[in-house]
Design a protein around this ligand. Structure first.
Ligand SMILES: NC(=O)c1ccc[n+]([C@@H]2O[C@H](COP(=O)([O-])OP(=O)(O)OC[C@H]3O[C@@H](n4cnc5c(N)ncnc54)[C@H](OP(=O)(O)O)[C@@H]3O)[C@@H](O)[C@H]2O)c1
Length: 265
């Protein structure tokens, strides 16, 4: 399975992916070719053994797998730059939100297999939720792509029309849960704890809550029932949050993000 990988656009997500792959132990830094225009910002990575360059063409020629991690508004110029340089033995994976496989085919044609993946930045600690999709013609490429992203978290194969929803729930979702943890830590700070102490306690509590659901394969309400005694402090706090629109705010936020994700390209 191990291939050389070129990541075009080694910014937040591209770099997080590179680090996650190396941490997995299945790749070493020299298997990865990272590009961006401001090459100076990759100096540290170079000293860690990664191949870094501002030359997309030279870099992609070294790799079997090319991952595009530039912003949606930059992807057309990158695709136009590389379209005559990639070949059908290579595989193109796009991480760009809102850019469909059809959009990419319009520029590079349909000879080179294309797969889309939607991870989140927890990929750097190998805890991403990554949704993967392609069109029927390249379905045989999905297992290979899944193996790569399984090294850096959990994966789901989904139909392409659900990719914007996956963006809202899983990529934007990371920020939503971080904001929830920040709010919890601010509450802890107000009642008793120093800010740093409160943040660590809130983050570990959130990790435990997610772990219960994933380990027990349970519903949140099953776990909530176990901690809400009659007339108790947990149900009182929970109901107060709901009176103030907690669940509703989360649901509305995800819905608005999904709408916005449709128009990023
Ligand atoms: N961040 C997330 O959580 C997340 C999650 C899922 C999907 N995504 C998607 O992933 C993509 C990257 O997001 P990001 O947050 O990582 O953005 P970012 O931090 O801005 O990274 C994009 C990188 O692309 C580089 N770049 C721009 N033009 C280039 C070119 N012509 N050749 C090579 N590199 C070029 C930029 O560096 P220079 O300006 O130095 O070239 C920058 O480092 C986006 O399409 C986004 O929709 C992001």
């Amino acid at each position: 399975m191990k291939n050389k990988i070129c990541i075009i656009g080694a910014g937040n997500l591209g770099l997080s992916l590179a680090k996650g792959l190396v941490d997995s132990g299945n790749y070493v830094a020299k298997d990865l070719y990272l590009t961006r225009r401001t090459i100076k910002k990759l100096d540290d990575l170079k000293s860690e053994g990664y191949n870094v360059s501002s030359n997309n063409i030279k870099s992609l020629k070294q790799a079997e797998i090319i991952i595009i991690a530039v912003l949606p508004q930059k992807i057309n110029s990158v695709l136009n730059e590389i379209k005559n340089e990639i070949n059908d033995k290579q595989l193109l994976i796009s991480l760009a939100s809102g850019v469909t496989i059809e959009n990419i085919i319009k520029i590079i044609g349909s000879n080179i297999p294309i797969v889309r993946a939607m991870p989140n930045t927890a990929i750097s600690i190998r805890q991403s939720m990554t949704c993967i999709t392609t069109i029927p013609k390249w379905k045989d490429k999905l297992p290979e792509v899944r193996l790569i992203f399984n090294l850096v978290g959990q994966t789901e194969i989904i139909p392409e029309e659900k990719m914007t929803s996956a963006t809202a729930l899983c990529a934007c979702g990371l920020a939503f849960f971080l904001r929830a943890i920040r709010a919890a830590s601010q509450g802890g700070n107000e009642i008793d704890f120093h800010a740093g102490e409160s943040l660590r306690m809130a983050a570990q509590t959130a990790l435990g809550a997610a772990g219960l659901l994933l380990t027990n394969n349970s519903h949140p309400e099953d776990e909530i029932d176990k901690v809400t005694s009659p007339k108790g402090c947990t149900i009182a706090g929970l109901n107060e949050m709901e009176h103030n629109g907690f669940s509703s705010a989360f649901i509305k936020g995800i819905t608005v993000s999904a709408e916005k994700a449709k128009d990023l390209y």
